[in-house]
Design a protein around this ligand. Structure first.
Ligand SMILES: O=c1ccn([C@H]2C[C@H](O)[C@@H](COP(=O)(O)OP(=O)(O)OP(=O)(O)O)O2)c(=O)[nH]1
Ligand SMILES: [Mg+2]
Length: 149
C-alpha cells in the first residue's frame, strides 16, 4: 500500500519512519520536541511527531497505540488511550503522551514514544429497523453473561 507522507521536521530525514522488522505491524513515532520533556506523575502533553500522512482511501484508518516497553515499564501511555487517524486527516500526527505512573518520566527529543498501525475500515450503511430480523444466541447478553470459567 502506498501512502503519501510529508516530513515536517527535518530531523526525521536522517531516520525516516520505517517498520523496525519485516513483520512489524507498528511504525514507531518519534517525539519531535526541541528539549527533554519531563512528564510528572499523572501529567499528559500533546507531542508532535514531525510528520503528516494522507491515507485518502476511506477503507483505511490508522491507530496510534502505546509501545509496550514504555507502557509496561514506565507507565507512558496515551491520554486518549488510542489515537484514531481518519483517512482524510492531513495534519501533523500528534501523540497525547500520558504518564500514568507515579514516577516522572523524561521524554528525549526524537525518542520513539508510540506506534502507528494502519488498519482496514468498513463504513457501514445503516438500515433503520424496529426489530432485528434474526435473533442471535447472545441477544442482549453482555458484561460477563457467558461466565468466567
Ligand atoms: O491521537 C491522535 C488522535 C487524533 N489525531 C488527529 C487525526 C484525526 O483524524 C483527528 C481527529 O481525531 P478524532 O476524530 O479522534 O478527534 P475529535 O475530537 O473527534 O475531533 P474532530 O472533531 O476533528 O474529528 O486528529 C492525532 O493526530 N492523534
Ligand atoms: Mg472525530
Amino acid at each position: 500500500m502506498q501512502v503519501d507522507l510529508k516530513i515536517l521536521d527535518e530531523r526525521l530525514r536522517a531516520r525516516p519512519p520505517a517498520y523496525a522488522t519485516p513483520g512489524s505491524a507498528g511504525l514507531d513515532l518519534r517525539a519531535c520536541i526541541d528539549a527533554p520533556l519531563a512528564l510528572a506523575p499523572g501529567q499528559w502533553q500533546l507531542v508532535p511527531t514531525g510528520m503528516a500522512m494522507h491515507l485518502r482511501d476511506p477503507g483505511y484508518a490508522a491507530l496510534i497505540l502505546p509501545r509496550s516497553g514504555l507502557g509496561h515499564k514506565h507507565g507512558i501511555v496515551l491520554g486518549n488511550l488510542v489515537g484514531l487517524i481518519d483517512s482524510d486527516y492531513q495534519g501533523q500526527l500528534m501523540v497525547s503522551c500520558w504518564n500514568r505512573s507515579n514516577i516522572t518520566y523524561t521524554l528525549a527529543p526524537m525518542e520513539r514514544l508510540a506506534q502507528l498501525v494502519i488498519v482496514p475500515v468498513v463504513q457501514a450503511q445503516f438500515n433503520p429497523v424496529d426489530d432485528f430480523a434474526h435473533a442471535s444466541e447472545r441477544g442482549a447478553g453482555g458484561y460477563g453473561s457467558t461466565g468466567t470459567l
